[in-house]
Ligand binder design. Structure first.
Ligand code: 5GP
Length: 217
């Protein structure tokens, strides 16, 4: 056994906001779940939406499901960090949980569309890291949407036509990954998160840490 003692250094940092966007069916939910399961410092921003729950979706976990009138109240009270109409429904990010998590140095994951990403980018500046997930092909995307079997044919067709519009925003993102292999894609997003966490600008405790080092501690 080695007797070299390990010194754990915990340098204070500011939390970051990691946005994942993609057309529906490109694997974003699978990747988000796996990142959250593996990482105790990452929590999910639970959006509010006016769309109805799909089978298996839990209110307060997958989304906060609400009536349009209640959603409007949140907008009018400025309680959403961003909001947008996606397909035929409204979606938005509640402000308070995000602000609380960031203050505690926690990182937050967002599954939001390009409209929400643009709004957050304006507000969050360097705190925001955006990743766009592309499907490997149109056929693969359609197959994944159909195999979810949660949406009607009409909804699937609508989502397919929306996919190309969503994809047209790829160049607005910091990183772009192609989900041709879920394990590799997940590893790439994890690597992005790890690298972004050690960026100097986020590590607010570095200055005092280095000062102590140079003083001989
Ligand atoms: P779904 O209805 O399939 O859960 O989500 C449809 C789309 O809405 C997805 O592209 C998802 O990223 C986006 N979305 C979910 N929550 C939010 C949100 O709070 N804000 C914005 N702008 N988009 C969202």
């Amino acid at each position: 056994m080695s007797n070299v003692s390990k010194e754990i250094v915990d340098i204070e940092k500011r939390g970051l906001m990691l946005v994942l966007s993609s057309p529906s069916g490109a694997g974003k939910t699978t990747i988000s779940r796996s990142l959250l399961a593996d990482d105790g410092n990452l929590s999910m921003s639970v959006s509010a939406t006016t769309r109805a729950p799909r089978p298996g979706e839990v209110d307060g976990e997958d989304y906060v499901f609400m009536k349009p009138v209640d959603f409007n109240l949140l907008v009018n009270r400025d309680e959403l960090l961003e909001h947008a109409k996606v397909f035929d429904h409204y979606y938005g990010t509640p402000r308070k949980p995000v602000e609380d998590a960031l203050k505690q140095g926690k990182d937050i994951l967002f599954d939001i569309d390009w409209q929400g990403t643009q709004q957050l980018a304006q507000k969050a500046g360097d705190d925001l890291i955006s990743v766009f997930i592309l499907p490997p092909s149109t056929q693969a995307l359609e197959k994944r949407l159909k195999s979810r079997a949660q949406d009607s044919d009409e909804v699937v067709a609508k989502r397919m036509s929306k996919a190309s519009e969503e994809i047209s925003h790829w160049a607005e993102y910091d990183y772009v990954v192609v989900n041709d292999d879920i394990d590799r894609c997940r590893a790439e997003v994890k690597a992005i998160l790890q690298a972004e966490r050690v960026r100097r600008i986020r590590r607010t405790g570095l200055l005092s840490f280095v000062e102590r080092l140079r003083e001989g501690y």
